[in-house]
Write a protein that binds this ligand. Sequence first.
Ligand code: HEM
Length: 512
Amino acid sequence: MEIDTYDFLSYLLYLILFIWISIQAFNLLFSCSETQQNLPPGPRPFPIIGNLLELGDKPHKSLAKLSHIHGPIMSLKLGRITTVVVSTADMAREVLQTHDHLFSNRTIPDSLRACDHYKYGMVWVPVSPSWRNLRKLCNSHLFSVKALDANKNLRHQKVQELLDDVRAVAEAGEAVDIGTAGFKTSLNLLSTTFLSVDWTDSSSDMVRELKESVWTMMEVAGKPNLADYFPVLKIADPQGIRTSMTFHMQKMKGLFHRIINQRLQAREVTTLIQENDTLDTLLNYFMTEKEREDQLLYKNSIEHLLLDIFVAGTDTTSSTLEWSMAELLKKPEVMSKAQAELKQVIGKGNQVKESDLTRLPYLQAIIKEIFRLHPPAPLLLPRRAETDVQICSYVVPKGAQVLVNVWTISRDPNTWENPNEFIPERFLESNIDVKGRHFELTPFGNGRRICPGLPLALRMVHLMLGSLIHSFDWKLEEEGVEPETVDMDDKFGLTLKKTRPLRTLPTPTFSK
Ligand code: HEM
């Protein structure tokens, strides 16, 4: 068969095109582009899905195991998304301190596109003048020592109500679901502090619904979502995650909307612009002359900020309380030692106050140990590389998602003796704290995006736990269960929760 020059050139062209497409497809599937050759080591990705199957339903633990094989900085391909995971204190310092400015923005989970939350929510907006203003507002008005001292009596009152509730349950010989009680109290602490709204008397259905909304939002935001790994699927929302998020977000935004409107109406009656609580501070802050003309804009901004505060501040604190109680029930000798300290410093029958907390070193050590073993956000919140960033001899490529596995960092045997044991005493002689100075223990994150609610969270957690164990003795509801066998399984959402809610029987330590 004769092939003329024209046919030959056509075949050659097809061959070149075929080889070029094959190379592109190979690169696409096996991630061998030039920059990526300097990627940190990691498990070999499967075509298309990458390493998705290796995440499992407890990503913090799967990633910890993988880091033992691939090292303190490793890379994975989650669908189309290159993800870099750091798993030691030194590597966390590289991300959160040395190169903080290049890792300060976040990858946005598709679920957070619900209600356009990623455009307004402080947790998700990129570092920008409006984010800086929100941080300034938090640091100087919402969580400053002055602001927190000004409303500490409200928190004392709410915790006293928690104790009254528990006393009533004790008298009825029933058990307390610690997570729910902690959630309700955290919610009330925030609602009275921020909005002067008391939800204590509201129907328990509302508290249950809010709890369900917050937990579902945390759960779906932390759930592996195909739309995050394969951006083409965003439109379809194949697992219905964004739809579910939209439903719960709208519910909470609607509630805040009603509260804001009521406050505005009340302010119209009096001509004085008050500054009584945080909502007034927010209204005064957001209502510049220009914004006053555009009510929707500033109301929307406040609703998104409140949404972040209530979601970030309730489940994290209540799950910390629940883990604390579970660990204390597992180790009765630690519980007795903490109760003895409280009895000595506070005195039998007296209420624990925030001003007492500095005089309770053992209680503080317990809480640090809980944050070490059960960080509520085990992978912090995702960060994103703004440019190619060199860490050690590796390149974290522009646009990569960066996760800091604080769960494994705070169980690193090179830093912590008996890392999986609950031993609060380790903190009595140590200056390590959780406030972002020590990369071995950073449950609140670090750098410019460190949790702004940290000062309030620490007050709330210490106050609730200290009060509960000072006023009551606790034992497990189930007869015959040995303390050391308390179920400590966790389930992964955006916060790490106990799989089985903790139910315990209280007995008052003194009569009223
Ligand atoms: C036990 C309690 C809490 C823990 C463990 C916790 C943990 C965290 C973590 C790990 C981050 C991300 C930090 C990073 O990216 O480096 C964060 C951010 C944030 N937290 Fe908390 N948090 C807690 C309580 C609170 C409370 C009580 C509030 C408010 C009332 C709050 C509000 C926020 C906000 C608004 C952000 C976003 C900050 C930003 O991106 O600029 N958190 N938190």
